[in-house]
Write a protein of this length. Structure first.
Length: 342
């Protein structure tokens, strides 16, 4: 009888031990999240976003006692490679996907309609016009994220604050970049209202953009405007010296352009955008928020970043130009030419 009782006790103890072990394994499993990040192209802005997403996720993991396993890839603007990366994420059963830039966000939206894997996008300039979300306040499906929407009027105001006599403006962009469509249309409307002539030059590769810059120099434009266009961003290190030598300031839609040699970058802080994108990832995975009801996050586009080396080459005094721009910006910063942010 005693042996039978002892056997029963041992059996119950083993059962409890296995249950506890299983419980711990479940807890461990629920504290591990796999996040797939697809970057659109290798440029200063987008790389800065990706770096800050991953750094912030690591911080959140430490704060919350969870693990974020990040699967990162870059499609280098190749649609076929992009689709393969997304397919791999789906096959790997990631908990959430991150699409960095508009083309990736749109592809992820299409590829998750059936499986409903949550998608957080980063740096989609116009999520409404591209149909990525139904509204900024209530995205409506499994996709939401952060937008780097550009206040084009603010940039155009800077051009004429620096040079009130400017009468011909160059518009340099890639026709295939959805991020440029609304901003270029807004720039045309602004210039039309002021009866200012403008010249459009476009390119889809670094070589084409370089030729477009040559054409704008020959057109004798007084300044050039480019929105947050990734194709032009890739080519900035190639074109900035020839524009500066020609005395043409390049006004652009992100500080990373100024880092790569443009006279001025105006727009959001991409490091902060990356941090806020990571915070939204945590809201979905840790707090149970639904992308359909999680508002798209937008930012104050009030920071002007001036490349001081190019400023000097253009014959402009940094202190004077900063004072001129101050009424039109929440902040004026300086930067020097480099290939990437430290």
């Amino acid at each position: 009888m005693k042996k039978k009782m002892l056997s029963m006790v041992l059996a119950m103890a083993m059962a409890l031990s296995l249950t506890a072990c299983g419980s711990n394994e479940a807890a461990d499993a629920s504290s591990e999240y796999v996040v797939g990040i697809c970057n659109y192209v290798d440029d200063a802005s987008l790389n800065q976003i990706c770096d800050n997403i991953q750094n912030r996720l690591a911080e959140i993991g430490t704060e919350k006692g969870v693990t974020f396993t990040v699967k990162y890839d870059n499609c280098m603007a190749d649609a076929n490679v992009m689709e393969q990366i997304i397919s791999d994420f789906i096959a790997d059963d990631v908990d959430l996907m991150v699409g960095v830039a508009t083309p990736v966000a749109m592809a992820m939206q299409a590829d998750t309609e059936d499986n409903q894997i949550p998608v957080i996008f980063a740096a989609v300039s116009d999520p409404l016009a591209t149909g990525v979300v139904e509204s900024l306040e209530a995205p409506g499906a499994n996709v939401t994220g952060t937008s780097d929407f550009l206040d084009t009027t603010a940039v155009m105001n800077l051009i004429f604050a620096a040079n009130p006599e400017a009468d011909k403006i160059g518009l340099l962009y890639d026709l295939g970049q959805d991020a440029s469509t609304t901003a270029i249309n807004d720039a045309k409307a602004y210039l039309d209202a002021k009866n200012i002539e403008y010249v459009e030059r476009t390119g889809t590769t670094v070589d084409e953009v370089s030729l477009a810059a040559d054409a704008l120099i020959a057109d004798e434009v007084d300044a050039i405007f480019t929105p947050s266009d990734n194709t032009i961003m890739q080519a900035e290190l190639t074109i900035y010296e020839k524009l500066a030598d020609a005395g043409i300031p390049h006004y652009t839609g992100a500080d990373s352009f100024a880092l790569n040699g443009a006279f001025l970058g105006y727009g959001v802080d991409y490091a902060n955008l990356g941090v806020e994108t990571a915070n939204m990832i945590a809201e979905v995975l840790l707090d149970g928020k639904e992308p359909a009801t999680l508002p798209v996050k937008t930012f104050d586009n009030g920071t002007a970043t001036i490349n001081t080396e190019v400023c000097e080459k253009l014959g402009l005094d940094y202190a004077t130009i900063s004072e001129t721009f101050a009424p039109y910006c929440t902040q004026v910063k300086e930067i020097q030419t480099a290939e990437s942010f430290e």
